[in-house]
Design a protein around this ligand. Structure first.
Ligand SMILES: Nc1ncnc2c1ncn2[C@@H]1O[C@H](COP(=O)(O)OP(=O)(O)OP(=O)(O)O)[C@@H](O)[C@H]1O
Ligand SMILES: Cc1ncsc1CCO
Ligand SMILES: [Mg+2]
Length: 265
């Protein structure tokens, strides 16, 4: 399988798609900055009164349940329903799945509302979403991405979604296909919002790349390669956050093909 990493980044930058995010208070600002830095156009909107219109003008919808509450859930459902009707890609980040029963129940409702185009979460979240009785430590994973491959396949088959599991190796699954991306640096787990940015960037690629498997791979490779490049400049959490944003803006398509480590199975 040949992924057009370079073309996809160029297309993202020239199209600058509007990405509609319903995301959490913790990462809202960082996620918007990450999308802008890479070349997309973010909007954060969660009012029930406007999500329908916003999805209509957006290229993709990213739903992140990080700091959910009941009003937001209604807006998430309406936004997902609208995106599905309009054929726009839906990215679901099941933040904290497996930590509380409220999160698990809401996720079940969201999955019933509309099947996501891409589900992007860490190992624990993907296991929990697939129905395993796993206890996620708040929003942090307690298992490796490679321990959730079977869960990722099961979810992909059940919902027809691409499932992207982040970790030391990112595992991306669609049907019977899998891609393994060995980029990134462990420091990425020491700052908040890297996973949420990965999901938002999957939305940006999803808006411009037809095949969601390819979009998810491009997003994970972009995150991982940017992590490695940023780590050349910054070795501590605070400065790394800033260096990572700078790198999203500075990364060239050639960097991606030079540094991305992708294997297919
Ligand atoms: N040990 C690691 N080595 C290299 N890269 C990593 C490692 N762990 C995570 N990453 C990278 O960090 C990014 C975020 O993945 P992570 O699994 O931490 O997401 P997450 O748990 O959903 O994050 P959050 O909820 O805090 O936003 C991904 O791009 C992933 O590839
Ligand atoms: C720390 C945290 N808590 C709820 S959402 C969030 C951001 C990372 O997912
Ligand atoms: Mg996360």
């Amino acid at each position: 399988m040949e992924i057009q990493l370079e073309n996809n980044l160029q297309t993202l930058r020239s199209a600058s798609p509007l990405v509609h995010n319903i995301t959490n208070y913790v990462v809202m600002n960082y996620t918007a900055n990450a999308l802008l830095a890479l070349g997309a156009s973010p909007v954060m909107a969660h009012a029930l009164e406007e999500v329908e219109e916003m999805v209509t003008i957006a290229g993709a919808l990213v739903v992140n349940i990080g700091t959910l509450s009941s009003h937001w859930v209604e807006a998430m459902k309406l936004a997902m329903k609208t995106a599905a009707k309009l054929g726009k890609p839906i990215i679901l980040d099941p933040v904290g799945a497996g930590a509380t029963s409220y999160r698990n129940n809401v996720l079940a409702e969201l999955l019933e509302t509309a099947p996501p185009t891409i589900i992007r979460g860490n190992g624990s979240e993907i296991l929990a979403l697939a129905g395993a009785s796993i206890k996620t430590k708040g929003v942090d994973s307690t298992v490796s991405s490679t321990d959730s491959i079977e869960a990722a396949y099961a979810l992909s088959k059940k919902f027809g979604s691409v499932v992207s599991v982040s970790g030391a190796v990112d595992v991306i699954v669609k049907g019977n296909q899998a891609a393994y991306i060995s980029n990134g640096v462990p420091l990425m787990t020491r700052v908040t919002g890297m996973g949420c940015s990965a999901s938002a960037i999957a939305g940006a690629y999803g808006a411009v790349v037809k095949d969601p498997f390819e979009a998810a791979i491009s997003a994970a490779a972009t995150m991982g390669v940017c992590g490695e490049l940023a780590f050349r400049e910054a070795k501590s959490p605070g400065s790394f956050q800033i260096a990572f944003l700078d790198t999203l803006a500075e990364i060239t398509p050639a960097h991606l093909t030079e540094l991305a480590k992708i294997k297919y199975a």
